[in-house]
Write a protein that binds this ligand. Structure first.
Ligand code: FAD
Ligand code: SF4
Length: 524
């Protein structure tokens, strides 16, 4: 059952085989697997539960209800970067764009060689990916539904001879409402709130919402449960009733920001000193193009197409048709100029570029004056600045090849590019991290990284903490680095794999990564 605040008016004290903290890309798959294997599973989720009836295409309503801190989570550093996080059943998948990609091969090789994940073979991962793609109805975006912006951008990329195409997405019968990041109003997007969590509940799992875990119970070096409070989902204020779960296994799946924060607050699992460190966020830059013709928004798929010509250099471009509220954020102007430009919204297109951050520095910290919240420290540095600049340049070239009359970039001193001369000036100029306006990032990763060396990693290749037995981490924090593309499918794949190891441990049986009835059914 999924319990809301209204269903729980006393303290909750329970015993389970497995308690899972967080219900997103990591927590949902573990919940389905282990409940499907016959274990009693309790999921504790800080956010509230919403269904398609609640997804009303109202951005402000969605931000307030389904995003941590109403979508205003920012990194501290240069530049300051908006890093939104989901806080609802389904975690960030409920408000993500639905792109479903496999890890880039060179990155997997790096994980195997540098981080010692030799047993994480391409063959095994491909098996799990194939299962996920079937379960989540992953298929290429339909160009007809995607909208004219994506079609136009791809036309520009093709003219320049760049490798490009339609993105694989976990959306079934997508109608292009364009509001994936505010919740899919017709349940097309196969996010965790409509897939893994309902299946886990059908298997007998219980999900407590509006329930924030505050402490992991540890006895004699073993995790034995968690303690937390019910909270008002809007204000975050604690209610009177508490939750106290005893469990044989504790799974942390609170995401790459909240999982390390929980561990840092309590001062556990950190003999390596790596908890919270190695934060990678996949910084993103956006360009807006103005056309003479009507581009057809707002209907379309927000993220439907890609250019991956520069993926080996750590740059991937992705985009589509996004709602006006997101366009408005990407324009580096204020007042009348902003208003005038926004009135041209029907003639605008927007596209984004993501940078695999290899030179930058990031960390999740528990700072004394942060009001009981995690702080994300991040400095964009070195080659990553160059990559972000190059992503802007190449998007600008593509827009012009597609027929744009003007391109608006986020780089100070180069906000308006009207043609080749302006573009050449941008190419020649030196750009610093502080010059980027409204940089965003959507993929925090790496803060409890997995590895074979206890001095260099936080969890073992099985996902279990090196320091605290029976404590597993199953979320974006265990990825040793950015997978080079959008991470949800890889987070889910590693979570399913870890669920297999947990099952082995609980049952004392031999290794077997995927055991649920769901998988057996899908293979039959
Ligand atoms: C706008 C946006 C668009 C995106 N688009 C894509 C995309 O198209 N494709 C893609 O692959 N990725 C995308 N991502 C990223 C992807 O959704 C995330 O990487 C992924 O969901 C992270 O999974 P996770 O399990 O680490 O954390 P989450 O999915 O964020 O789940 C963590 C959950 O834990 C809960 N929690 C935290 N602390 C506690 C606590 N103390 N007690 C109880 N519960 C707690 C949170 O409320 C949250 O619900 C996008 C992200 C954003 C913000
Ligand atoms: S574009 Fe619309 S229908 Fe398609 S997945 Fe996103 S919100 Fe759902």
């Amino acid at each position: 059952m999924i319990y809301g605040l209204e269903d729980v008016d006393t303290h909750v004290r329970r015993t389970a085989d497995v308690v899972i903290v967080g219900s997103g890309a990591g927590g949902g798959p573990v919940a389905r697997e282990l409940s499907g294997a016959g274990y009693s599973v309790v999921v504790l989720e800080e956010g509230a539960y919403f269904t398609r009836e609640d997804f009303n295409l109202d951005p402000v309503d969605s931000l307030v209800k389904m995003y941590r801190d109403a979508g205003q989570t920012m990194t501290l550093g240069v530049p300051s970067i908006l890093l939104p996080l989901g806080k609802t059943v389904g975690g960030t998948t409920t408000i993500n764009s639905g792109t479903a990609l496999r890890i880039l091969k060179p990155i997997l090789r790096k994980w195997q060689v540098v981080h010692g994940l030799r047993d994480l073979t391409e063959e095994e991962l491909n098996l799990i990916y194939a299962h996920l793609e079937e379960y989540l109805y992953v298929k290429r975006a339909d160009p007809e539904v995607a909208g004219k912006v994506a079609q136009t951008f791809l036309r520009g990329a093709e003219k320049l001879g760049l490798s490009s195409g339609w993105l694989p997405r976990n959306a079934k019968d997508c109608e292009g409402y364009g509001s994936c990041v505010f919740g899919c109003p017709n349940d097309s997007k196969q996010s965790v709130n409509v897939t893994f969590i309902p299946d886990a509940v059908a298997n007998g799992a219980d999900v407590y919402t509006c329930c924030r875990v505050e402490r992991i119970k540890v006895e004699d070096g073993r995790a034995v449960g968690v303690i937390g409070s019910f909270v008002d989902p809007l204000t975050g204020k604690r209610k009177k009733n508490r939750v106290d779960i005893d469990a044989r296994v504790v799974v942390l799946a609170a995401g790459a920001v909240c999982t390390p924060y929980l561990l840092l607050r309590q001062g556990i699992c950190n003999s390596s000193g790596q908890v919270g460190k190695n934060l990678e966020i996949h910084p993103a830059v956006q360009t807006v193009a103005l056309f003479d013709e009507i581009m057809g928004p707002p209907k379309g798929i927000p993220q439907s197409s890609y250019v991956d010509e520069f993926k080996d250099e750590g740059i991937v471009l992705e985009g589509g048709t996004v709602p006006p509220e997101i366009h408005a954020l990407a324009l580096p102007f204020a007042g009348k100029k902003h208003f005038k430009l926004m009135s041209e919204y029907p003639r605008m297109g927007i596209f984004g570029g993501m940078v695999s951050d290899t030179d930058s520095w990031g960390r999740v910290a528990d700072l004394p004056r942060a009001g009981g919240r995690p702080t994300m420290l991040y400095m964009l540095r070195g080659k990553d600045v160059e990559k972000a600049k190059f992503a802007v340049q190449i998007m600008t070239e593509i827009w012009f090849a597609a027929g744009a009359r003007k391109v608006i970039t986020p780089i100070a001193g180069h906000y308006e590019i009207r043609g080749v001369k302006d573009l050449k000036r941008l190419e020649k100029s030196r750009v610093e991290a502080r010059d980027f306006y409204a940089m965003t990032a959507y993929h925090p990763l790496g803060t409890c990284r997995m590895g074979d060396d206890p001095e260099w990693s936080v969890v073992r290749p099985t996902g279990e903490s090196w320091d605290v037995e029976n404590l597993y981490v199953c979320d974006g924090s265990v990825l040793p680095s950015s997978p080079g593309v959008n991470p949800q499918l890889t987070i889910m794949a590693l979570a399913l794999r870890t669920a297999g190891f947990i099952d082995d441990k609980l049952s004392g049986s031999e290794t077997s990564a995927l055991k649920s009835d769901n998988r057996r059914e899908s293979e039959a």
